[in-house]
Design a protein around this ligand. Structure first.
Ligand code: SF4
Length: 313
């Protein structure tokens, strides 16, 4: 049985049909902004990967929500798919090793894959007091990041905390928390969101494996395929905004009619993300569709700039 057949057999053992898998690949291809002719090639990346790049996944100041979003995605197999195409060498949350054994694993991975691995960073880095606000195994997050990230072929920051600092960097920010790129003064690919949509991480990695390069990004390092337009520009409630049909109270008749949430504090006009098209939970819904205003969670400094929530700007 060839590699591809083995892959489909593994999926079927998990209760995932080829049809489900192809549906996911079609969705992923569209999210990446590629034409439908790329669907078989995207499927090939998973079914018969030519390479499995090593990944070192670092956790800094965060809640682990980004890892949870990735692993507990409703596509029951999206996490498995990621593990099919990547060789995850170090990930504190899911690895079996702990303590000194885990630290040794990190050093061994660095020695073996220096210059060739992808680093996925989750969480913000404290920079004041020599980085003293966050430590793992006696070393500060800052020291770990300074050792690992410059050796990576590319660094992908997953979530708003790693991308821009997130809630850790909100005022008064005594620890001097920053996004990873800002703390290290270097460029990173940023996939913000609290949590980010897992499909945007998968799309970034598949883009790298399929086209041999990371996707085009904006001036904040965000992939344009996912963060090129505002929520407002893609929102299904937009016609209500144009017609000045607004919700002014939760539970009202206007809310039931699906009117625009701008007066309830929606930050969709200021927020760049693909939530209206990618949605969450197997494409089931997203906050505005569920009747909740966008809080701008994928924008820099959103805790300071977008609050108080539920108040019109
Ligand atoms: S609900 Fe928000 S994103 Fe949608 S049209 Fe209204 S203001 Fe824009």
């Amino acid at each position: 049985m060839d590699k591809k057949e083995q892959f489909y057999q593994r999926l079927e053992q998990r209760g995932v049909s080829r049809r489900d898998f192809m549906r996911y690949c079609t969705f992923l291809t569209a999210t990446m902004g590629l034409s439908a002719s790329f669907v078989p090639k995207v499927a090939e990346v998973f079914a018969a990967p030519k390479q499995r790049p090593p990944v070192i996944w670092l956790n800094f100041g965060e809640c682990t929500g980004c890892t949870e979003a990735m692993l507990r995605t409703v596509y029951p197999y999206a996490d498995e798919l990621v593990l099919e195409i990547l060789s995850v060498e170090y990930h504190e949350t899911i690895m079996a090793a702990a303590g000194h054994q885990a630290e040794e694993q990190l050093q061994a991975a660095l020695k073996k894959h220096s210059g060739k691995f992808i680093c996925v960073a989750e969480g913000a880095i404290p920079t004041k007091y020599n980085g003293g606000y966050g430590r793992i195994g006696g070393r500060t997050f800052l020291e770990i990041a300074q050792e690992v990230i410059p050796q990576a072929a590319a660094t992908i920051c997953i979530g708003t905390c790693a991308s821009f600092g997130g809630i850790q960097a909100a005022k008064p920010n005594p620890g001097g928390y920053m996004g990873v790129g800002q703390a290290l003064k270097m460029k990173t690919i940023n996939i913000p969101g609290c949590p980010p949509n897992p499909v945007n991480l998968v799309g970034t990695i598949v883009n790298y494996l399929l086209l041999g390069k990371l996707p085009a990004v904006d001036d904040m390092g965000r992939p344009l395929f996912a963060y090129g337009k505002t929520i407002h520009d893609q929102c299904p409630r937009r016609s209500h905004f144009e017609n000045e049909e607004f919700v002014e109270e939760f539970g009202s008749k206007e809310a039931a009619l699906g009117y625009c949430l701008y007066k309830m504090g929606c930050r969709g006009p200021e927020t760049y993300n693909n939530c209206p098209v990618a949605k969450f939970n197997d494409g089931t819904s997203w906050p505005v569709e569920a009747g909740h205003p966008c809080i701008g969670c994928s924008e820099p400094d959103f805790w300071d700039k977008m609050t108080p929530f539920y108040k019109e700007f």
